[in-house]
Design a protein around this ligand. Sequence first.
Ligand code: NDP
Length: 338
Amino acid sequence: MYTAADNRYANMKYNRSGKSGLLLPAISLGLWQNFGNADQYDNMNSIILGAFDRGVTHFDLANNYGPPGGEAERNFGKMLKEELYAYRDELIISTKAGYYMWPGPYGEWGSRKNLIASCDQSLKRMGLDYVDIFYSHRPDPNTPVEETMQALDSIVRSGKALYAGISNYNAEQTRNAAAVLNQLGTPCLIHQPRYSMLDCWVESPGTSDGKSLLDVVEETGMGSIVFSPLAQGRLTDKYINGVPTNSRIGRSLPNGAIQTKDLSADMVEKIKLLNNLALGRGQTLAQMAIAWLLKDHRVTSVLVGASSVGQLQNSIDALNATAFNTDELQKIESILSQ
Ligand code: NDP
């Protein structure tokens, strides 16, 4: 039976999610990959418990994580029951609905039917009465935003989630969703966008008045938790000398995982330059990539993935050196713009 480390809160930093009362760890752990049927249960268990022992209180899931979809929630539910049950009130658990989950017209997107049925399914798989954050996983071009947001509001009011969030909404869609949720009296807690040194779309103007997604997140009082901060493993030293067979690319995983085509020769050159810069700062490239995201106060939490406890520990150690001087920032910009 697991007993959490006494010093688990000694070194983690906690940031407030926008204007809410909720503090999230600067580094959170996601279960999109490495928590499905093909993965070793003991390894997942060690990653989750190792994270909690270092103050990672937030675990991010979605109905479709696995593979197959649902399996990450099932595996996490088992760990909750067997190891973490006594610590439920120290945990922030999120899940989402919106991507394909079951056949027929109600198994994906943003209808009230999909979100509410999906939330019930997720709670059953994890053995929970409620999740802390429930997300609309992606905007639905064919459902009025009012309907999707009303479904989030209903889920919160029914006690099945404590907070509402949105993911993958662009700047304009985020503004609209926030306005609807505010009117309903359930302010949007958080946005979950993709953001890394290799993919900075959240910084670009995206609204008619030239605001970026990060600007809108701040303007509407939300926090942000940014996913794939290591560009799915490319912002580490693992692909510098080829593709290891046990890496995400080497394993040819489904559902949006990076493939060989996502690692061009130009990108490997950039990665090598960034890696040298990180080593000069006394940290790994993964650590520098995480620290670089945390320098923006609008980033509440960096949502990492990990396939081993060692990787997770390495990523959490990013918090030992988060400051950048102007010269380092300029060098990074110059490498990224090559
Ligand atoms: P990352 O960019 O952090 O990539 C994680 C992968 O990078 C690991 O599986 C591992 O890959 C490698 N890695 C991690 N740490 C290290 C390290 N320190 N040194 C070397 N290699 C390392 O994030 P993910 O793409 O996994 O996404 C993180 C989370 O974000 C997801 O679990 C999910 O919760 C969320 N997410 C949300 C989405 C959404 O639509 N809302 C979409 C995608 C993700 P390897 O297997 O090669 O060892």
